[in-house]
Design a protein around this ligand. Structure first.
Ligand code: NAD
Ligand code: TYD
Length: 350
């Protein structure tokens, strides 16, 4: 396997930090450059264990800054990009859709152009890996699964911006012969997730005896995957996936929100040594999210059959690892929930 110089964007975020760690530790001969703007969601504390590794460099910068991105590609001559940088939270996209167009659509375009400009005469051994979401497929009814061939039908500004970026990546493949691969993954959970998403937000609220705001009737369904299993899938697709192809990644693990929240409450009561049912008493039904997708569920049989990938932990195991991590990393949790998080929380939930 020849040495590579890989740009990982968004590597200080939740999933990106797990991908960076896996690549830095597993491939000492690769040069890994982590580019991240360190928005509210990016945190170098996620990577202190590998920050001094010889094959790792962090660069602070914004993917929407075209001049900066072009000079970065000139300097490092990246032969591969694993693109995770994005605005990633649906609720924020409802309040500020344009920010999602800027980063997720225009930022992706700027990366695609820089990659094309560098290699257009010879794309051999090059790869643009675009990390996307199952939300581009829209909402399922009570039955059925998202397959790689399911038509795109995004409903939120977040999913519309991710769908748009997926289309541009495919268009660059078709039009300019740019080698790419796209993965569409279901909801991730695990250590280092910013506490605006369901699981870490509820863990933080349970710790602090705050209400657990369940949107609508709680009968919305998501398919949950442990973040390290997503990073393992990305490694596999990066090295063995078919160029110009798409793979769905999912946990084979559908949960109605309210059932998941009850399981989380039970595990938190045990972990915190609190009375049985004390966390469940915090459940509060609140106004629904506008345009709330009813159900996401992934058919991950293609990546399973073609590349032999499957999740390595059960949901109960992954949830326990996650809860233990948040309880043992109080400083991390306190630092990300101070300052602007409080303002966000007030606006979103008051
Ligand atoms: P995240 O919000 O935790 O992290 C995003 C990272 O991107 C942050 O470190 C942030 O600082 C950085 N970033 C944002 N705007 C940037 C910009 N303009 N320039 C440079 N860096 C910027 O997100 P995540 O949950 O880790 O998601 C990562 C990727 O995976 C996203 O593309 C997302 O769409 C996709 N995805 C997420 C999930 C999920 O459940 N979280 C599921 C499937 C796919
Ligand atoms: P979220 O973690 O935001 O992921 P996504 O919207 O990308 O699936 O939300 C997961 C589910 O939990 C979704 O159906 C919305 C719901 N939810 C709540 O009920 N309350 C909350 O406070 C949050 C953040 C989400």
């Amino acid at each position: 396997m020849h040495n590579k110089t890989i740009l990982i964007t968004g590597g200080a975020g939740f999933i990106g930090s797990h991908v960076v760690r896996l690549f830095v530790e597993k491939y000492p001969d690769y040069k890994i450059i982590n580019l991240d703007a360190l928005t509210y969601a990016g945190n170098l504390e996620n990577l202190t264990d590998i920050e001094d590794a010889a094959n790792y460099t962090f660069v602070k910068g914004d993917i929407t800054d075209e001049g900066f991105i072009n000079s970065l590609f000139d300097e490092y001559k990246f032969d591969s990009v694993i693109h995770l940088a994005a605005e990633s939270h649906v609720d924020r996209s409802i309040k500020d859709p344009l920010a999602f167009v800027r980063t997720n659509v225009i930022g992706t375009m700027i990366l695609l152009n820089a990659f094309k400009a560098l290699w257009k005469d010879d794309f051999a051994d090059k790869l643009f890996y675009h990390v996307s979401t199952d939300e581009v497929y829209g909402s399922l009814g009570e039955t059925g699964l998202f397959e790689e061939t399911t038509s795109y039908d995004p409903n939120s500004p977040y999913s519309a911006s991710k769908a748009s970026s997926d289309h541009f990546v495919r268009a660059y493949g078709e039009t300019y012969g740019m080698p790419y691969v796209i993965t569409n993954c279901s909801n991730n959970y695990g250590q280092n997730q910013f506490p605006e998403k369901l699981i870490p937000l509820f863990i933080n609220n349970i710790i602090n005896h705050k209400p657990l705001p369940v949107y609508g009737d709680g009968n919305y369904t998501r398919d949950w995957l442990y973040v390290v299993d997503h990073a393992i899938a990305i490694d596999l697709v990066f090295h063995e996936g078919k160029q110009g192809d798409t793979y769905n990644i999912g946990g084979f693990n559908e949960w109605k929100n309210i059932d998941l929240v009850k399981l989380l409450c039970q595990q938190m009561d045990v972990a915190l040594g609190r009375d049985k049912d004390s966390s469940e008493e915090l459940i509060t039904y609140v106004k629904d999210r506008p345009g709330h997708d009813l159900r996401y569920a992934i058919d991950a049989s293609k990546i399973n059959k073609e590349l032999g990938w499957k999740p390595s932990v059960t949901f109960e195991q992954g949830l326990k690892i996650t809860i233990d991590w948040y309880l043992n990393n109080e400083d991390w949790l306190n630092s990300v929930t101070s300052g602007s998080y409080q303002t966000y929380y007030q606006k979103q939930y008051s």
